[in-house]
Design a protein around this ligand. Sequence first.
Ligand code: TMP
Length: 206
Amino acid sequence: MSLFITFEGGEGGGKSVQAKALYRRLSQLAIPALLTHEPGGTPFGKKLGRWLKWVKETDISPLTELMLFNASRAQLVAEIIQPNLKGGKVVISDRYADSTTAYQGYGRGLDLEMVKATNNAATQGLKPALTVLLDIPVEKGLARIKGREKDRFEQEALAFHQRVREGYLKLAGDEPERWLIVDASQSKEKISQIIWQRVSQLLSRG
Ligand code: TMP
């Protein structure tokens, strides 16, 4: 059965760990699944993503970020997500269009209507059936990634990360049927259990 699930959240919320755990669980149950991530997921997206996260020698404007994340996304949707959904798989994406709304819209302050229109063009209107938000207070999330080399986003001020978090919570509040907000300060096992409960419900509905 095809199902599109995305994982979202600020830094240090553990969404990649949970996306992988869900993928493993589905695979163990022999449910055809695919795990991808943004920025990346295609050879083109990987190059763009690495550059967007790590470039040091030039400034990148918020509008350029919006366009480039969506360029990567357009390729991922066309090359990977849509064909695999058509093939009947559960497609899990570690970040998707809501990341752009949270980071470039709420974080960078770009016009939200413009962000929405650009996201829609890149995704061809494809929306997830379920979006899991791993929500954690900003200071706690950033403390978890302390000590590792920080990319352009992780280096941003606390206020930026606060806007990103508030943006996610606003998005989730506007569309509660699509979003599952999970308190990311709980144990990994507990979080996996909460997510699995919702995913198995969706799967059993067929
Ligand atoms: P990650 O690979 O650790 O999730 O890092 C990706 C970074 O890129 C993260 O800080 C969020 C940022 N990002 C955006 O700003 N906009 C986007 O559309 C996406 C997909 C990611």
